[in-house]
Design a protein around this ligand. Structure first.
Ligand code: TXA
Ligand code: MG
Length: 338
């Protein structure tokens, strides 16, 4: 199939494809998503197939606004507060669903579903025009870094999906915060730009211990059970800038071709023959560039090791390190052992 690229003047064509049960990739402020009619199990099924996604990993229901959520789930007063404070924006809210309103294909058989109203106005326009919510997992082959640019989406899905709504690179760079409002206190299942510190003034304390899903349960958020965000090369995290000289030495002696994924300050000390990808200047740019960088190294298959810069686990740093740790399978450079 030909994958059509739609620009901002062609949203109606993208919406028509959604209505026809086809898969259309869409931009959000976090990462691109793979959209399909959430009320049509056959359409949602196509998304699982395109992504090679395990069937027990539930999909996000992406809406144009809270009204759309009310058709499918119970909006508790606390959930309403979150919507008022953070929507549209990078917060996905898990709610109890109204029985029979959403297909098992979407919910993975759970009595809950995840709802998200993205900040991207083109996407909200597409959903409004289609007149129904769309499922919206990140636009990447399952296990690979999420797509943050239209070219990433085409790399993974050209010829496999009907279209892509192109709005250039995303801004945040990592997926939305996922909060489960069906438990007390509410639990953060996946860290993102909306941090516990931002949530607390609105709904009080939240649990942010998101590591408790066993391999046999239906995962509460991705990456809890499945390998995630992994490029072909092994990512090795360098915890402190001061460790970089030792890490570079180790990588050179190791003999395997390696690359470096770090901010500009650190890259100035890397020998020019070593392939590098810049994370920009700071944590915000690093988060924005992380998945693009991991994907860039996949296009340079001579590299088998990627030394990657860590950030402190505070604020957005929690989300950055969550994704980086997963991409590395938690492999950290240990200056004492190398
Ligand atoms: O920023 C984002 O959230 C992006 C953009 C495209 O909107 N979407 C995204 O979708 O990251 P996805 O499917 O890759 O990650 C959402 C995760 C799912 O993997 C799933 O594990 C979790 O949210 N989830 C969905 N429904 C759930 C539910 N009912 N209970 C617990 N977790 C759920
Ligand atoms: Mg994903």
């Amino acid at each position: 199939m030909e994958t059509k690229v739609f620009n901002k003047d062609e949203v109606a064509q993208a919406a028509a494809l959604i209505k026809a049960g086809e898969v259309v990739a869409f931009p959000t402020e976090t990462v691109y998503g793979l959209g399909a009619d959430a009320t049509d199990p056959k359409a949602a099924e196509k998304v699982f197939q395109a992504k090679h996604r395990p069937a027990d990993n539930p999909l996000i229901v992406t809406v144009a606004g809270p009204d759309m959520v009310a058709q499918f789930a119970t909006i508790t007063p606390a959930a309403k507060k979150l919507m008022d404070a953070f929507w549209p924006g990078p917060l996905t809210i898990i709610l109890n669903i109204l029985p029979g309103k959403l297909s098992m294909v979407v919910t993975g058989g759970l009595q809950t579903a995840a709802f998200r109203m993205p900040a991207n106005s083109l996407t909200r326009q597409m959903i409004s025009l289609a007149g129904r919510p769309i499922v919206g997992p990140s636009a990447n082959i399952s296990g690979k870094p999420s797509g943050t640019r239209p070219e990433h989406v085409l790399h993974d899905f050209d010829g496999a999906i009907a279209g892509i709504l192109d709005d250039g690179p995303t801004t945040v760079g990592v997926e939305s915060t996922v909060i489960d409002m069906t438990v007390t206190p509410p639990a953060i299942l996946r860290p993102g730009k909306i941090t516990p510190k931002l949530l607390a003034p609105v709904i009080g304390e939240v649990q942010s211990d998101h590591h408790k899903v066993g391999a046999k349960e239906t995962p509460k958020a991705p990456g809890m059970k499945y390998k995630h965000y992994a490029p072909s090369a092994q990512v090795v995290i360098v915890d402190h800038p001061a460790d970089f000289p030792a890490a570079l030495k180790w990588a050179e002696q190791n003999g395997q071709p390696f690359g470096v994924l770090a901010t500009d300050d650190l890259l100035t000390d890397v020998p020019s023959a070593v392939p590098t990808y810049s994370l920009g200047r700071d944590l915000t740019s690093a988060t924005h560039n992380l998945f693009a960088g991991l994907r860039w190294f996949d296009l340079h298959p001579t590299v088998t090791v990627i030394l990657a810069e860590a950030f402190a686990q505070e604020g957005l740093g929690v989300a950055y390190m969550n994704r980086l740790n997963k991409s590395a399978g938690n492999d950290h450079f240990d200056p004492d052992q190398h």
